[in-house]
Design a protein around this ligand. Structure first.
Ligand code: AMP
Ligand code: MG
Length: 338
């Protein structure tokens, strides 16, 4: 199959809609990461996405809509707390897990009675959904297990020859996947993201649990199926070092300076102080910039042939929670407290 890559203008959006209506997968930009979209009402179309990604069949997809009017096609109930969160954070990087509508096939929800739904902010994403006239199931457009794509070039690297079309909408501004919150039972953050648990608790005016603990890795029945898989991983071996810059420098001098293929993943401005080739993934203390740069940095180190990546851990609060979560999973929880 030849894969076309086109700027996400009007003509390309129309072509994408045509392919999607014919049951084909198309890679599209969103504000979080690039998604590999398919008709969410068509089990065969969904199966093509799992096939192209090499995604485990028990990992459900998030369904994207362009307007609230499309909700009844996706969910069978939209409780008051969902409405409050939608009012506060949609369009935007928040996914709500709710009871699924009858028309959503098991292939999309991985057999669960619930489905994740999101109304994205990116203009091109919504233009494609509107042109197709369909809710679109879209996981990240990477080969399963690899860092998510935040540019059309990243998608090309993973998907060339496997899908017919990539829409190029530039770099994704958020850079990490949506916050996933379940409203079945008490509100629970299943995956941290740009919308934080604190912000959700403030809108709902009650405590919000977080279920994204390391202990779910490799377990059989976690609260959210994606928790049990390794995600976002570079080809290089990744080790996270949690401590100050001085401790980081000291650790690298003692343990990594002579190691062939070793490199450092650090914060902007630190490169020159490190005893290894180094790449920054964001500003120290600015979690949003770290989120925006993380996947591109992991992919670039792979492209440059890194064998070992020693990474600085960000502070954990707010959006930093999402960055830490992605790094921990990318490293398969391989972390040292300095
Ligand atoms: P991705 O498509 O790569 O952004 O991953 C979507 C993630 O959302 C999955 O790995 C799940 O962990 C989570 N998710 C989607 N739908 C559900 C659901 N119905 N219940 C719980 N978690 C979900
Ligand atoms: Mg993914």
């Amino acid at each position: 199959m030849t894969t076309e890559i086109l700027p996400a203008g009007e003509k390309a959006v129309a072509l994408a809609a045509q392919l999607l209506r014919a049951g084909q997968p198309v890679a599209i930009p969103t504000e979080t990461v690039y998604g590999l979209a398919a008709n969410a009402l068509d089990a065969e179309a969904a199966a093509r996405v799992f096939e192209a990604k090499g995604r485990p069949k028990d990992n459900p997809m998030i369904v994207h809509i362009d307007m609230l009017d499309r909700l009844p096609q996706v969910v069978s109930a939209f409780p008051r707390e969902a409405q409050l969160l939608a009012d506060a954070f949609w369009p935007g990087p928040l996914t709500l897990v709710l009871p699924k509508a009858a028309g959503i096939p098991d292939a999309v929800s991985a057999g669960l009675a619930t489905v994740g739904v999101r109304l994205p902010a990116h203009r091109a994403t919504r233009a494609v959904i509107a042109a197709a006239g369909l809710p679109l199931a879209a996981p990240s457009a990477n080969r399963s297990g690899r860092p998510s794509p935040t540019s059309a070039r990243h998608v090309w690297h993973d998907m060339a020859g496997r899908i017919p079309l990539i829409l190029d909408g530039g770099d994704c501004p958020v850079g990490v996947e949506s916050t996933v919150v379940s409203l079945a039972g008490g509100p629970t953050v299943l995956r941290p993201g740009f919308v934080t648990a604190e912000e959700i608790a403030a809108v709902l005016d009650r405590p919000v649990a977080t279920a994204d603990g390391a202990h779910y890795a490799h377990t059989q029945a976690p609260p959210s199926p994606g928790m049990k898989y390794r995600h976002y991983a570079p080809e290089a071996e990744l080790l996270l070092l949690d401590g100050t810059l001085e401790q980081f420098i000291h650790y690298l001098q003692e343990n990594a300076a002579e190691k062939p293929g070793a490199c450092a993943l650090c914060f902007a401005g630190e490169e020159a102080r490190l005893p290894l080739p180094a790449l920054a993934y964001g500003q120290a203390g600015e979690a949003a910039s770290q989120a925006a740069g993380l996947y591109a940095a992991l992919r670039r180190l792979d492209a440059e042939g890194a064998k070992y990546i020693y990474a600085r851990m960000p502070a954990g609060g707010g959006v930093g929670q999402a960055v830490r979560n992605r790094l921990l999973r990318a490293a398969d929880f391989n972390v040292i407290s300095l």
